[in-house]
Write a protein that binds this ligand. Structure first.
Ligand code: ADP
Ligand code: NI
Length: 214
């Protein structure tokens, strides 16, 4: 099997598994992260095959749907990758990336390939797409879009962050506007800066409209 065929089978596998998922980790999130990762890799290098496989598999079993069990994803991915008869070294690299990139762990991946996939994933949480995802998530959780009486919070623990029921606009200050400073690669920093500016302009317009000023 060629690498191209192996990537096609991986994309088909992931797509079938995530089709219709409504919380921001659907197939189209994977698709966008995959495209972001290819764009970054073009400038930054790294093993493109590993980067593509890891992008495709990075959310294969979201821990939020498995009682916080973060080992499910890597296990599902490993079982799938074995069916592609890949070199063991490639499988190990992909699994390590999956273990390293989740935001909740907040660690910097040990490989360039991992840092690129993490950047690609974080880019999808900001900019025009990030805004759409935040409000989609907030609607799913039945949250207000904004409430001037509830300021953004700082969370002492990850548990507290996951439990919060704040309006969606607060999420911009609690996470989205912080992401640009967490990018690993120069290429992603540049892309993130543009998406960040777009969000700032969006918020500015939002508040003006809120008070009927624009
Ligand atoms: P990740 O993909 O980094 O694990 P999450 O699972 O936390 O991110 O979130 C998936 C998507 O939902 C992201 O776009 C994120 O910004 C959005 N999201 C997460 N929590 C909230 C929230 N409290 N309010 C609005 N959007 C959220
Ligand atoms: Ni993701």
């Amino acid at each position: 099997m060629t690498e191209k065929e192996q990537l096609k089978l991986t994309a088909d596998f992931v797509r079938a598994k995530l089709e219709g998922e409504g919380t921001g980790h659907d197939w189209w999130h994977i698709y966008r992260v995959w495209q972001n990762a290819k764009t970054i890799a073009l400038q930054e290098g790294g093993n493109g095959f590993v980067i593509e496989l890891a992008s495709l598999l990075h959310d294969i079993a979201d821990h939020k749907f498995h009682d916080g069990d973060e080992t499910v994803g890597p296990r599902v991915a490993q079982e799938f990758l074995i069916t592609l008869s890949l070199e063991n070294e490639i499988v190990m690299q992909v699994i390590r990336i999956m273990n390293e990139i989740s935001f909740s762990k907040g660690m910097k991946p040990s490989s360039l390939e991992g840092r690129i996939v993490q950047d690609a994933d974080r880019l999808d949480a900001i900019g025009a797409i990030g805004i759409a995802r935040a409000f989609a998530y907030g609607g799913f959780k039945e949250r207000e879009i904004y409430n001037p009486e509830i300021p953004p919070s700082q969370y002492a623990t990850n548990e507290e962050y996951k439990k919060n029921t704040n309006p969606t606009l607060n999420h911009f200050y609690e996470k989205l506007l912080l992401l640009k400073d967490l990018m690993n690669t120069k290429t992603a920093i540049e892309l993130a800066q543009k998406r960040h500016t777009f969000m700032e302009n969006y918020l500015d317009q939002f508040y003006q409209e809120w008070d009927g000023k624009r």
